[in-house]
Design a protein around this ligand. Structure first.
Ligand code: FES
Length: 148
């Protein structure tokens, strides 16, 4: 089904017990969409369930440190994947690049009040999506570094 511009696969009506926080982030996800001219894009997917996530970041500079100025996502996947993407964006926004790299699946799942064991990989996908977006940003930065 299509919900708020995203494709939901499968499980919303299943009998897994989701926390209130998961339901809240699934029903009212934060930072959905694309960033125009992003500094980094991370595309990740899980071959087993077929879920796909794209994370967009805009990087700013504050007190000499690079930080996640803006972050958005597009997810085609399950309720837990959408809630994890939404929570990831909330956790990452405003963090320095080095802090953002350390956001783990555990940080995401515990901020969501826990996920059913079979759904833990959804939070891992979100963490990997951010790492891929940061890696893309760092690769582009190296490529366009002016010669001295
Ligand atoms: S079921 Fe695979 S990411 Fe949610």
């Amino acid at each position: 089904m299509r919900y708020r511009g995203m494709w939901i696969i499968g499980d919303y009506m299943s009998n897994w017990q989701y926390s209130k926080e998961v339901i809240k982030h699934f029903q009212h996800p934060k930072n959905v969409g694309r960033i125009k001219k992003p500094d980094g894009v991370g595309r990740v997917g899980n071959v087993v369930c077929g879920d796909v996530m794209v994370i967009y970041i805009k990087v700013g500079k504050k007190n000499g440190k690079e930080y996640i100025k803006d972050i958005k996502f597009e997810t085609m996947g399950c309720a837990a994947a959408i809630a994890s993407s939404s929570m990831l964006t909330e956790l990452a926004k405003g963090k320095t690049i080095e802090e953002a790299k350390k956001i783990s699946m555990k940080d995401i799942s515990s901020s969501l009040g826990g996920l059913p064991p079979i759904k833990l990989h959804c939070s891992n996908l979100a963490a990997d999506g951010l790492k891929a977006a940061i890696a893309d940003y760092e690769k582009k930065k190296k490529q366009f570094k002016p010669e001295k």
